[in-house]
Write a protein that binds this ligand. Sequence first.
Ligand code: SAM
Ligand code: DTB
Ligand code: SF4
Length: 347
Amino acid sequence: MANTILRHDWSRDEVRRLFDLPFNELLHQAHEVHRAQHDPNAVQVSTLLSIKTGGCPEDCAYCPQAARYDTGVTAQKLMEVEEVLERARAAKAAGASRFCMGAAWRGPKDRDISKVAAIVSAVKDLGLETCATLGLLGDGHAQALKNAGLDYYNHNIDSAPEFYGEIIHTREYQDRLVTLEQVRDAGLKTCCGGIVGMGETRDQRAGLLQALANLPAHPQSVPINQLVPVPGTPLANAEPLDPFEFVRTIAVARLLMPLSIVRLSAGRQQMDDAVQALCFYAGAGSIFYGEKLLTTGNPDVEADRALFRRLDLHPMEVSEPSGTVHAGILATAENGCGAGCGCSRAA
Ligand code: SAM
Ligand code: DTB
Ligand code: SF4
């Protein structure tokens, strides 16, 4: 396996130059990096469940779960453990290896954390990897979730810093960075990405990826969501993104964060199979699997099985990378990431 230098000092111009490469050149470079570090025919398969739906006090312009927008989403309280387990068992039986649980909170309260911790341990006991996305974390929350058996915490930066203020007004970009730090400090793996197709410019898409790659450690999982436009939200009528621009975003993410698993996340139901195939070629190595994301639709299981057969893809058995992806480390398959963190993965 080739040595890989993980950089955290990308300039906007450098990232922009990658975006601006001729499409075939960009895909070629991205695919080479992808196959040097990952099995190009393996795709990590996660199933999402909204364990606490709607009624959220925040104003994220893309989100159907914000109480202030009339989107037809009915607010529901946190699900009971047994109800979640039933859905997790079904996800495992259908072939998912990770179960991701989302809650429409600004952030959890202490009493919510104890309840989610009980849910996480029960799901983990089924032999699934666990991921949760609960919003901004308070003191001790990340550690409590880690102790309960949580593997990943998803918290997206969502956009370039300079575009963020056009999308969300009820919390700061900096708040998100603090939660991401708490997640890393607790030894949880980070799942952090963003949304494209919200009316941002190419430069701002480059800014999103620049911000992700320049985090103190590359997130192990990088979900790239295409906006799912939901009637009633301020972004309901956002101009759809050129699909090839979405593919470019995946490719540049792959080049900037070579060891991370880039997820072709929300938006697949609106996407052509051929565009999805290009995304896998460009370096996407993960999807959400199952008929629903949180509140909106996702391709059905049969369609995804057929797509995997047509593209000769197989589900990734155990997700990778298994360790922390550190800053500025030169590493090989033989010596691990070299940061003394005990991770087994060549970083
Ligand atoms: N409430 C928590 C928070 O915002 O951190 C967790 C759940 S929130 C729904 C998780 C992520 O879903 C958001 O950060 C955003 O990236 C993504 N998301 C929400 N609505 C979306 C939409 N309409 N299209 C694409 N992605 C969306
Ligand atoms: C992520 O980056 N995308 C997922 C997950 N993390 C939580 C959420 C997508 C939500 C799409 C809109 C919905 O279904 O409500
Ligand atoms: Fe609330 Fe999360 Fe939706 Fe924002 S993205 S409105 S915080 S559920």
